[in-house]
Design a protein around this ligand. Sequence first.
Ligand SMILES: NC(=O)c1ccc[n+]([C@@H]2O[C@H](COP(=O)([O-])OP(=O)(O)OC[C@H]3O[C@@H](n4cnc5c(N)ncnc54)[C@H](O)[C@@H]3O)[C@@H](O)[C@H]2O)c1
Length: 460
Amino acid sequence: MKFKKKILCIGAGYVGGPSMAMIAYKCPDYRITVVDTNPDRIDAWNSPELPVYEPGLDKIIKKTLGKNLFFTKDIENQIKENDIIFVSVNTPTKTYGAGAGMAADLQFVEKTARQILKHSRSSKIVIEKSTLPVKTALAMERILASGKGKITFEVLSNPEFMAEGTAISDLENPDRVLIGSHETKSGLKARAELIEIYARWIPLEKIITSNIWSSELSKLVANAFLAQRVSSINSISALCEKTDADISEVAKAVGMDSRIGDKFLKAGIGFGGSCFKKDILNLVYLCSYYSLQEVAAYWESVVKINEYQQERFTANILKNMFSTLTEKKICILGFAFKANTGDTRESPAIYITRKLIAEHAEVIISDPKALKNAAIDLEGTKGNVKYIEDPYRAVAGCHALVILTDWDLYRKLDFQKIYNSMAKPAFLFDGRNIVDHRKCFSIGFNVYPIGKPALSHFKT
Ligand SMILES: NC(=O)c1ccc[n+]([C@@H]2O[C@H](COP(=O)([O-])OP(=O)(O)OC[C@H]3O[C@@H](n4cnc5c(N)ncnc54)[C@H](O)[C@@H]3O)[C@@H](O)[C@H]2O)c1
């Protein structure tokens, strides 16, 4: 078959895989290829067990894989063959040298730019899909312009706003698609080419354009604002616990103000995932770099509150279980950083579990999709840890149940059956406020939600 457009994506991760699968699904006359330096990832995309769990992803992959969507290890030839290249490589927080623990590690982006330059035999549009510090496109342009031939590269910024767990519906029906470009003739031409791809299924009024720097910065700011709402409501949950106010009632009253809105106002153990923390720290670093210390401190406090919330939750478990967890069995329900994903990167569960183990608790971890990643995260942590997928088997004989992920299935558990199988007194710490606390209390649990009065059977 002759394809109308040929598109390459470098980076076959949580973003590259699903976003390219969606383009392939919506544009059957385009040929989409995804490459990665990690051969296992490529093999997994070509196998029945995909490397990423997302509701609905397997259906789209089934419809496109081998037809107009291809995952391959041959980076060199694919760069030669394709004239539109998305860059969706990882941009983790730097762990060494200047900016360690704050700045984005741009080594993978830079290597990608050098690969593109080395193997290109014709001019190309290079699209940043990774989340990057503002002005990264300039560095990419400088690398790409260092070749000797007549080949030219037009760099665009097209940050990805999908969220894990809802990636497929976000990609199919996004709030907006943002395309940043230069306002030059070639920049506008490249922009038009990218708009043409998205316009296949996204209404034009949702495809917005800007200059490259606004586009790069918008992605960091969007994540910072989302995380800031989580930290704002979590900070108030601490006050609720001191004052007998109820965080759900406060969030409802506040969120019904149309100027504020009700999204991202759910108190819990804090945000996780590969993006929020790293992107805020990246923003903090950028502000410090430009000597905006007050602005940097403002955004850094969002991360500090997130850490505080996890510390507070863990200290609460210890205090309420008579200040000792030694040899007590604690069942963790949920290890993924949120529901509907197997991703555990920066999951609050990692910190909380390590703290419980440090208190010599015996920990049993249950999760429908994240047990493999949990075992990798806790590798090398000395202590007694077991992994059991079935929540009923996991909790049997435990002294406490700790809910850390908002999986829907946990809402529907038979808590009477669970209570009957546990050691007494039985404790329930609901880090996501997802179960019926009064009902669990009446069954016999001592219940400790977030930002609400505890429901305890102990006489004070
Ligand atoms: N995960 C999310 O929900 C999400 C959402 C929006 C944006 N983002 C951003 O998208 C980018 C990618 O995130 P991700 O979660 O997909 O990361 P990921 O780690 O899952 O995937 C990145 C992939 O790029 C590959 N890679 C790195 N250097 C390469 C190179 N030179 N050539 C070929 N492949 C290379 C890695 O092997 C890896 O498989 C990041 O900048 C992230 O901040 C992520």
